[in-house]
Every structure is written in structure tokens, then in C-alpha cells.
Design a protein around this ligand. Structure first.
Ligand code: MLT
Length: 231
């Protein structure tokens, strides 16, 4: 296997066998939680207008997402994994748009397979990557054009867990950072991450703690046609 980490998202093409989309705070944690709670599919779209169009096509769909971290007017849900419940999403198609995470997902969709990783499902993702023989790209979303601590840490946790050769420099950067703070993950992110600090200041501290939990779920969100299903 050839493993590459993208600290910022790039447009991935068919030559990549497996793209692993990461937006720890909070889109990849929210997608994973929605599927764990029984959502039928989570469909990322690029903007609010597209999401609204999906709703007019099918009034049953749930609209979820954020702009400037806050729920979008007219949407059913924001981008908070702790606010999700079965009552909102079970058996439903969820259409989602966020500032960075859904953009990274859409830029990954040409890979042969696309999955979503968070700390919540770290081990399930590691096991799936382990079986891959070809090219794997861990696609970090970053935050507003900058690499983010929390995405880099998850990429590093995966690299550390997989212990692979054939990596780019970003793999080493991510694994070194993870190795130096892994015993104190939640606090390190909360105290130093730009986006984590923003979430804390806006009252989303519970999200930051929740998204730093490791291996809460055993599931892999897997791209099928136009969105992620439970793989
Ligand atoms: C994003 O996609 O930019 C994030 O998930 C933002 C957020 O924390 O809601």
C-alpha cells in the first residue's frame, strides 16, 4: 500500500484506490454519528441552494449543516453530533452542507472508494485501510484554507496505528504530532486548535469533547452513488 496524507484537501482522481475523508470538528464526526443513529444516507452538497433543491425534490429529506459554525436558516439540524438523535435521522436521507468537510468529501468522490474517518470510528477505519493494497489518501479538510490540528492528529493516529512504509512527508508530520500529544488529545485540541477554540466560545464545548472520543462506534461511512451509507 502507498499511503499519503493531504493536510489540506485536493481534488482526488480515479488513480486513488481509497480516499479517507477527515473533518474531526465536526463534519466527519457528525456524518459517522448520523449513520450510527440509523440515517439511511448522508448526501453532501456544495451549497445551501442545492440542499434546498433536494428538499423540494423530496420533502422527507433532513437538511443538516452549518455556515460560520451555526445552523443554516431553514435547515432542520446544525452540524453538532451531540444534538443528533434517532428521532431526527433514523431511516432518513440527510442532505448536508458545511464549510470545509463536505467540500473535502466532494473533492474525494472520484476515488475508487471513499470513506469517512473520525476518532469515533478510528479502529474500524484502520482495519479497512489495512486491507487495501493500492493507493490510499487521507484527505484532511483543514479549516478555512489552513491545516487543522485535529485533522492532522487523526491522520497521525491512523499512520501510527498502521505503521506503513511508502509515505509522504505529511504522514511523518501527522504521526509525529500525534505521538507527542496522544495522551492528552482532547485538552490539546481544545486549548490550541483554532476551530476548537471557536466552537468553545460559541457554546459547542460538548462537541469538542465528543469528537475527541476514540472508538465509540464500529462503522465505516462508505460512498455509494451520491452519498455515504453505512458500509
Ligand atoms: C466544516 O465543515 O467546516 C466544519 O465541520 C465546521 C463545523 O464545525 O461545523
Amino acid at each position: 500500500m502507498l499511503l499519503k496524507v493531504n493536510l489540506l484537501p485536493r481534488t482526488i482522481d480515479e488513480s486513488t484506490d481509497l480516499a479517507v475523508v477527515v473533518d474531526v470538528l465536526r463534519a466527519s464526526s457528525t456524518i459517522t454519528t448520523a449513520l450510527q443513529l440509523g440515517a439511511k444516507k448522508v448526501i453532501p452538497v456544495s451549497n445551501v441552494e442545492r440542499a434546498m433543491k433536494e428538499r423540494s425534490r423530496s420533502p422527507e429529506v433532513v437538511l443538516m449543516g452549518e455556515r460560520e459554525t451555526m445552523k443554516i436558516p431553514g435547515f432542520d439540524l446544525g452540524n453538532s453530533p451531540v444534538e443528533l438523535s434517532e428521532a431526527f435521522v433514523k431511516g432518513k436521507e440527510v442532505v448536508m452542507t458545511t464549510t470545509n468537510g463536505t467540500v473535502a468529501a466532494l473533492r474525494s468522490r472520484r476515488a475508487k472508494r471513499v470513506i469517512v474517518a473520525s476518532f469515533l470510528n478510528l479502529e474500524s477505519i484502520a482495519r479497512l485501510i489495512e486491507r487495501e493494497k493500492g493507493r490510499v489518501e487521507i484527505q484532511c479538510s483543514g479549516s478555512d484554507g489552513e491545516p487543522s490540528l485535529e485533522d492532522t492528529l487523526l491522520a497521525g493516529a491512523l499512520v501510527a496505528r498502521l505503521g506503513i512504509v511508502g509515505m509522504n512527508d505529511s504522514c511523518w508530520i501527522a504521526a509525529s504530532l500525534y505521538g507527542s500529544v496522544s495522551s492528552n488529545l482532547r485538552d490539546f485540541i481544545a486549548e490550541n486548535g483554532v476551530h476548537a477554540k471557536k466552537l468553545l466560545s460559541l457554546g459547542f464545548g460538548e462537541d469538542v469533547s465528543f469528537c475527541a472520543k476514540i472508538n465509540l462506534y464500529d462503522l465505516v461511512p462508505l460512498w455509494r452513488n451520491n452519498g455515504f451509507v453505512r458500509g
